[in-house]
Design a protein around this ligand. Sequence first.
Ligand code: ASP
Length: 330
Amino acid sequence: MNTNAVIAIHGGAGTILRASMSASAEADYHAALHAVLSAGQRVLADGGSALDAVSEAVRLLEDCPLFNAGRGAVYTAAGTHELDAAIMDGSTLDAGAICCVTRVRNPILAARRVLERSEHVLFTGEGAEAFAAAQGLEFVEPEYFHTEARYRQWQLARGQQRAMLDHDGATLASAPSSSDDDPTPHEPIDPNRKFGTVGAVALDQHGHVAAATSTGGVTNKQVGRVGDTPLIGAGCYADDATCAVSTTGSGEMFMRMVAAYDVAAQMAYRNVSLEEAAHDVVMNRLPKIEGRGGLVAVDARGNVTLPFNTEGMYRGFARIGETPVTAIYR
Ligand code: ASP
């Protein structure tokens, strides 16, 4: 039994505007992260697999409207939602992913089914939805994914007639104030300038690691655009021999750097620690092509690292029997 079992999660990275921060919003984020970590921790404490722990954590993050995945996902240029997710089992290198789905309530559960029940790794669009339907997964109307906050973000990005990576657009920093029914009022990380992808990595008591990542993508993205999240090696990677990694940030740069796999590859080929490999990818390599964001990673010894090159990242980790640790800022 591995006594270092641990789960780590993220809920997006980006620019913090202290002026727009409210104590209650900050508390909401900490509470949401804490609840998700507690659920993942329970799975691990009960002897569950890392794969089960990351599936459950990401499913809960998808259901929480505070984050840009599942309910609360951002809008495409056509005013729709297109969701991407991936999951990988470090004990077998099995992987599953789906992209551009519009009605699957929990994309991570569809990705898990791809991992477990398909000979393929990645399904897109209609084919992905047909696969999810055949697997009996829950479908929702597109309105389910709507939140006022993301809709307003989309309106702002549209007004600028460009795709808006969440961290871009300093002019958007002074977005109109929130309405009363807004589920994400005054969130600590400016919603117009953050990456809201969610993800989880875990090491279980059996010594296996797994990773899962899920996103709505970036606001006002072109229909059909796919980012790093559902691409094995870019937004998600897991191998017992090295580590499990889930990323968030400017997807195009994470794809070009094959960021998640690079952490594992550096450990394998350069024989460096998890911490050193992750630090190099996030602090040295990604910034060279203006890649912004961060990642969470664990290795098979139970080391955890949560580096980011933005001002903040919603994040946390929990070991069995210990109080979960959550954080937002540097
Ligand atoms: N990496 C995601 C994407 O490019 C965005 C994010 O992390 O929020 O789709």
